[in-house]
Design a protein around this ligand. Structure first.
Ligand code: BGC
Length: 260
C-alpha cells in the first residue's frame, strides 16, 4: 500500500473494463478518488464506480471518446469538479482490429492511431497543462504494450501506435523532469481481459500464446494495476521515462528457451 496516494485524484481513460477497471479499483483501494472514463460501456463504468465506492473512495463515470480533443479537457474538468484536484493521469483507452497490412483499411489504421497514440498525446497534454499551470508534481502513466518492442503481424497499426507511445513517453519524461512531473509507461504482455477473451477460450490459441510466455501463463489485470500504483506513488519518486514490462518474460526472446 502507498499512503501518499490517499486523497489524490486520478483519471483512468478506458476504465469501464479490463486493465483500466483494475487500475481504477486499485487506486480506490489506495484511498484515491477516480474519474472512470468510458466510451461505449456506461454500464461497465457504473459498475466500476460502485466498486470504487464500496472500497471507501469516490468515483465518477464520464463518457468520452479519447481521440477527441474535448474529451481530455473534459476529464480534467470532471476531476476538478468532483474532487477539487488532479494528481495522476493514466492513458489506457485503446483498441486493436487485426488485419494483414495489405488488407488493412485506412479507416481502421486511422482509428487505431487516433485512439491509441493521438489519444495519449491529447490526454497527457490536458494533464500537463493543469500540472504546469498549478505547479503540481503530477504523474502520467501510459499503457503501452510488449508491442512497443515486439513486431506483431496483422497488428501493424497497433504495433506502430505502441512504438509511438514509447517515444512519446520518453520525450515527455525528459521534457517535464525539471518540473518534477514524472511520465512512465507500463508494457503488459498477455493479460486476461476482454481483449483476449476469444484467444483464451480457444485451447489451441491459448496453448500457442502460453508457449511464448516464459512463465507459461497469461497475467491478471491486478498485476498491471500494482505496477500503476507503484509508479504513481512516492516509492517511484526517482523513476521517469521507463516502460515497466509486466509480461511473464514475453520480451525475453522466449524462442531461445530450449535453444542452446
Ligand atoms: C495485446 C494483447 C496481446 C498481448 C501480447 C497486448 O498489447 O493487447 O491482445 O495478447 O499484447 O501479444
Amino acid at each position: 500500500m502507498y499512503p501518499d496516494l490517499q486523497g489524490k485524484a486520478v483519471v483512468v481513460t478506458g476504465s469501464s473494463k479490463g486493465i483500466g477497471a483494475a487500475i481504477a479499483l486499485r487506486f480506490a483501494r489506495e484511498g484515491a478518488n477516480v474519474v472512470v472514463n468510458y466510451n461505449g460501456d456506461a454500464q461497465g463504468a457504473e459498475a466500476v464506480v460502485a466498486q470504487i465506492e464500496a472500497a471507501g473512495a469516490k468515483g465518477v463515470a464520464v463518457q468520452g471518446d479519447m481521440s477527441k480533443e474535448a474529451s481530455a479537457t473534459g476529464l480534467v474538468q470532471a476531476a476538478l469538479d468532483a474532487f477539487g484536484r488532479l494528481d495522476v493521469w493514466v492513458n489506457n483507452a485503446g483498441l486493436e482490429i487485426p488485419a494483414h497490412t495489405h488488407e488493412m483499411t485506412l479507416e481502421n489504421w486511422q482509428k487505431i492511431i487516433d485512439v491509441n497514440l493521438t489519444g495519449y498525446f491529447l490526454g497527457a497534454r490536458a494533464a500537463l497543462q493543469h500540472f504546469v499551470a498549478k505547479g503540481i508534481k503530477g504523474s502520467i502513466i501510459n499503457m503501452s504494450s510488449v508491442h512497443e518492442q515486439i513486431p506483431w503481424p496483422r497488428f501493424a497499426h497497433y504495433a506502430a501506435s505502441k512504438g509511438g507511445v514509447k517515444l512519446l513517453n520518453e520525450t515527455m519524461a525528459m521534457e517535464y523532469a525539471p518540473q518534477g512531473i514524472r511520465v512512465n509507461a507500463i508494457g503488459p504482455g498477455a493479460i486476461n481481459t476482454p481483449i483476449n477473451k476469444e484467444k483464451m477460450n480457444d485451447p489451441a490459441q491459448k496453448a500457442a500464446l502460453e508457449a511464448i510466455i516464459p512463465m507459461g501463463f497469461a497475467g491478471e489485470p491486478e498485476t498491471i494495476a500494482a505496477a500503476a500504483a507503484w509508479l504513481a506513488s512516492d516509492q517511484a519518486s526517482y523513476v521517469t521515462g521507463i516502460t515497466l514490462f509486466v509480461d511473464g518474460g514475453m520480451t525475453l526472446y522466449p524462442a531461445f528457451m530450449n535453444n542452446g
